[in-house]
Design a protein around this ligand. Structure first.
Ligand SMILES: Nc1nc2c(c(=O)[nH]1)N[C@H]1C(S)=C(S)[C@@H](COP(=O)(O)O)O[C@H]1N2
Ligand SMILES: [Mo]
Length: 197
């Protein structure tokens, strides 16, 4: 796969490319299964578990403060894309609308289509995590998780849930789809936390 699309990092970027990763200029689409097609009218985000249960509509989340993000994106299959430009809602701003139980230590992200991926409460509620609806100034394409996905830039990209539809707050770790199938429970790219074996 090296050559036209995947390049060894230039020295000027090498401090931004985690070990074992290669740069790509395109933006590969990585989806397990088929792409759900969800309109913004249909889209809802439900929260349940150790939290005051609530359902947010598209209009409600779009009324929350909007921010711009430029973040590097690292897939465990070894491609990295630098400087991806997104627009959306910080998780920390979103959480101002949420009454979380102090016993909640973990969150399982649920997606339209059935994909799940888990995080600890600390790995989820961070200044640099966000819900994204815009990619490079265009509405987030369905293949990349539109109308809304999460982005968790400090972990491998399988933790960034496309077509997000639910957040389940838990007092224990419950593994998501790839985590049950051999991926690492945490997935920190600089530590190469790729697999659980
Ligand atoms: N719902 C859902 N989210 C998902 C996935 C998926 O298959 N379904 N794949 C994950 C993986 S492995 C990666 S690398 C990124 C890829 O995001 P992209 O397709 O926008 O590049 O989405 C993650 N989020
Ligand atoms: Mo991935």
């Amino acid at each position: 796969m090296l050559g036209k699309f995947f390049q060894k990092p230039d020295p000027e970027y090498s401090d931004r490319v985690p070990p074992g990763q290669y740069l790509t200029k395109g933006f590969p689409v990585l989806t397990y299964g088929t792409v759900p097609r969800i309109s913004t009218d249909e889209w809802k985000l439900r929260i349940w578990g150790l939290v005051q249960p609530k359902t947010f509509s598209w209009a409600e989340i779009m009324n929350m403060p909007q921010s711009e993000f430029t973040k590097d994106f690292h897939c465990v299959t070894r491609w990295s894309k630098l400087d991806v430009k997104w627009r959306g809602i910080k998780v920390t701003d979103f959480m101002k609308n949420v009454e979380l139980d102090s016993k909640a230590t973990h969150v399982l992200q649920h997606c339209y289509g059935g994909y799940t991926t888990n995080l600890t409460r600390e790995e989820f509620i961070r200044e640099d995590n966000f819900f994204a609806h815009t990619l490079f100034d265009e509405p987030l394409p369905a293949e990349h998780g539109g109308p809304m996905r999460t982005v968790v830039p400090h972990l491998y990209a399988w933790k960034s849930a496309k077509w997000i539809e639910g957040l389940e707050f838990l007092d224990r770790e419950e593994l998501g789809f790839w985590e049950r199938n051999g991926y690492h429970r945490r997935g920190e790219p600089w530590a190469e936390e790729r697999y659980s074996f």
